[in-house]
Design a protein around this ligand. Structure first.
Ligand code: ASP
Ligand code: MG
Length: 418
């Protein structure tokens, strides 16, 4: 069994859905389970619907629902379904259920309500894509991921119940058949829908592959594979043919938006290769993440994180920054959910580069300023180079004013004001 994953961008319109079908045509001999995300920006639209609903703004909520429905119906119209095709009824039913759920008094707090509603994006997309593929002679069985992916009750960030999930998947999936299911969603043992965190469909694919001991996972994208930098940010990028699991986790840790580290871990445990391929060129090799050399070709990898907050803390009495200061500082970072991307310490001061969170950043700084002299700077870019060399470092430093810099054997990081 192979597990294929197509993200929201690859099914954002009818042309995208047709392209999925044409990719799958290359693999009609294989047992494949296809994982699909919500179409285009549907998850964002559903998040907005939840917010409007909870704010009690019924007209705006209804307007957003109508727009979401129209978006899906327009795609269906371009997919040339027969007028009486059952998919129309299925989609209508999903929208009826969605409205019903919204009008019921939903208990259990924001996160639980969120999961019950936002999960409809994936249900809609998979119903439509599955029907289209069946109509175009790619026979497939639609599976409800809520029955298969069993989780705890941490709504919005649900954790997998591996034993239960493995049993459900193994009981539901047999050899010699092709399947299609939703990414991102699952359910708790009460049957309430849960979600695995935004952009969680890659992780779904990896969980499924792990439980079924799949031979490989392929993530289909609109790029030729994993490049050594985002081509929108860096010039002269090259395709990485091979990356090992460890290097992939490192790249993801520093903010490469390639693949979430959570996705890699289950695959690494079972030695299942993860391929990133282009749906524009399905027979090209793309990138393979597996055991083996860290990178092939060996190239410097560039990662940019924007919207960073740089904080410099100094002791008021010029006392050394010691463990007790640091533990206090980190406790506050933890409390305010700040992720530290770079830190550097001198005798009497410490600097930290953190993701700027518009809600928490200022209360955090206020709290820190009670104990330390604080300097802060917003709108900083943090660049990371894995496998750096002098010319790669110089090339990045030219982009702005260097505020903080750190070199280790494998990694170079610099905070710049551009
Ligand atoms: N549709 C979900 C999201 O946009 C999951 C995914 O795309 O992976 O976050
Ligand atoms: Mg998505």
């Amino acid at each position: 069994m192979k597990v294929f994953k197509f993200g929201g961008a690859s099914v954002k319109d009818a042309a995208g859905v047709k392209r999925v079908a044409s990719v799958l045509e290359f693999f009609t001999e294989d047992d494949i389970l296809v994982v699909i995300s919500a179409m285009g920006k549907s998850t964002n639209a559903l998040e907005k619907i939840v917010a409007l609903h909870l704010a009690g703004d019924k007209p705006a909520c209804e307007k957003a629902l109508v727009a979401l429905e129209k978006y899906h119906l327009d795609i269906m119209a371009d997919l040339d379904f027969a007028r009486d095709h059952s998919v129309y009824e299925e989609v209508a039913q999903l929208f009826a259920q969605l409205r019903m759920k919204l009008s019921a008094i939903l208990n259990g707090g924001f996160n639980k309500v969120y999961d019950q509603i936002v999960s409809f994006g994936e249900l809609l997309s998979t119903k439509i894509v599955s029907a289209y593929l069946n109509q175009n002679s790619y026979q497939n069985i639609w599976l409800d991921a809520r029955r298969l992916i069993k989780t705890d009750q941490s709504y919005r960030f649900a954790r997998i119940d591996w034993t239960y999930t493995k049993r459900m998947l193994q009981d539901s999936v047999r050899e010699g058949a092709r399947y299609l299911t939703q990414g991102f969603i699952g359910s708790d043992d009460m049957g309430n829908t849960t979600t695995l965190g935004r952009e969680g469909s890659d992780y779904s694919a990896s969980v499924i592959a792990y439980c079924l001991a799949a031979s490989e996972v392929v993530i289909w994208k609109d790029v030729p594979g994993v490049l050594n930098g985002d081509p929108k940010v860096f010039e002269d990028t090259v395709l990485l043919n091979k990356i090992n699991y460890r290097e992939a986790i490192e790249l993801a840790f520093y903010g490469a938006s390639v693949i979430h580290p959570k996705t890699i871990q289950p695959l690494q445990e079972k030695g299942i290769p993860l391929k990133v391929k282009s749906f524009e060129n399905p027979t090209a090799e793309g990138t393979t993440i597996s055991e083996g050399v860290s990178l092939d070709p060996m190239a410097s990898c560039f990662i940019k994180k924007e919207n960073q907050l740089l904080i410099k803390l100094s002791t008021r009495d010029l006392a050394f920054i010691a463990e007790d200061h640091l533990s206090k500082i980190y406790q506050l970072f933890h409390q305010f959910g700040a992720r530290v991307n770079l830190s550097q310490h001198s005798a009497v001061s410490s600097s930290f580069c953190i993701n700027f969170d518009p809600i928490n950043a200022f209360p955090l700084c206020e709290e820190l300023a009670k104990s330390f002299d604080l300097e802060q700077r917003e709108d900083i870019s943090l660049y990371t180079i894995r496998h750096h060399n002098a010319s790669a470092r110089e090339q990045i430093k030219k982009r702005g004013k260097v505020l903080l810099e750190q070199i280790t054997v494998g990694t170079y990081q610099v905070a710049l004001f551009e």
